[in-house]
Design a protein around this ligand. Structure first.
Ligand code: HEC
Length: 194
């Protein structure tokens, strides 16, 4: 007889129960074809489910592989970081990073002032914010690592040399001096970490 299956809502168990009920209610006739169709639907659903689980597992494996690549390329800090640690206490760390961000900003200011031809102002910024002022001397002296301290002093001296060069208003010489000063940023960052 023409019984059409209910909308298969999610659960194979419900469907199977319904199939059984249909058998009892109908009592006669051969429902085998019909049962087979329902079985196929349930089978397909399970296959789809397994495929989804498999895809998720593959995606997860892909992620793990990517993490491995990041580690190899040193994008994850400490995993392959061979730099010397300064062993700074927490408070000094925050202060150093603040100071560093100020250095970076000073470099940006200097470049901007050079571009607009304001060499005198650029010279002033180079000395007051990057040069070996009394404050900088004090700060550098607080570091226990001698090599770091020396590199710090050389860096600040180079900034004072940059300040003098900027006074000449010679773009090429100024760029050369700036490049020299920035060489210390690069060198120190390559050697030390907090
Ligand atoms: C004598 C060493 C030294 C010099 C010179 C130096 N830095 Fe740093 N800088 C450090 C250290 C150490 C850190 C912390 C790095 C770490 O622990 O990974 C740092 C961190 C920084 C940071 C990160 C700040 C943050 O908030 O995370 C910036 C930006 C930076 N420096 C800019 C500069 C610039 C620009 C210069 C040059 C004009 C410079 N530094 C020169 C030692 C130096």
């Amino acid at each position: 007889m023409g019984v059409s299956p209910p909308r298969l809502r999610g659960w194979t168990g419900t469907t199977v129960a319904w199939m059984r009920r249909q058998n009892i209610v109908c009592g006669r006739g051969n429902n085998n074809d019909y049962l087979e169709r329902l079985n196929m639907i349930a089978f397909k659903r399970i296959t789809v489910l397994l495929a989804a689980v498999g895809a998720a597992a593959l995606a997860f494996a892909g992620d793990t592989k990517q993490t491995g690549t990041m580690q190899r390329h040193g994008m994850m800090p400490h995993a392959t970081d061979g730099r010397i640690s300064l062993g700074l206490p927490e408070q000094m760390k925050t202060h150093q990073l603040m100071n560093m961000r100020s250095h970076l900003e000073a470099i940006q200011n200097i470049i901007g002032l050079m571009e607009t031809g304001d060499f005198d102002k650029a010279s002033e910024v180079a000395h007051t914010r990057l040069g070996l002022t009394e404050d900088m001397k004090k700060m550098c002296s607080m570091f226990k690592n001698e090599e770091f301290r020396n590199l710090g002093f050389q860096f600040h001296n180079s900034a004072d040399a940059l300040s003098e060069t900027l006074k000449t208003k010679d773009m090429k010489k100024s760029l050369h001096a700036l490049q020299n000063t920035m060489g210390y940023c690069v060198r120190c960052h390559a050697t030390f970490r907090q």
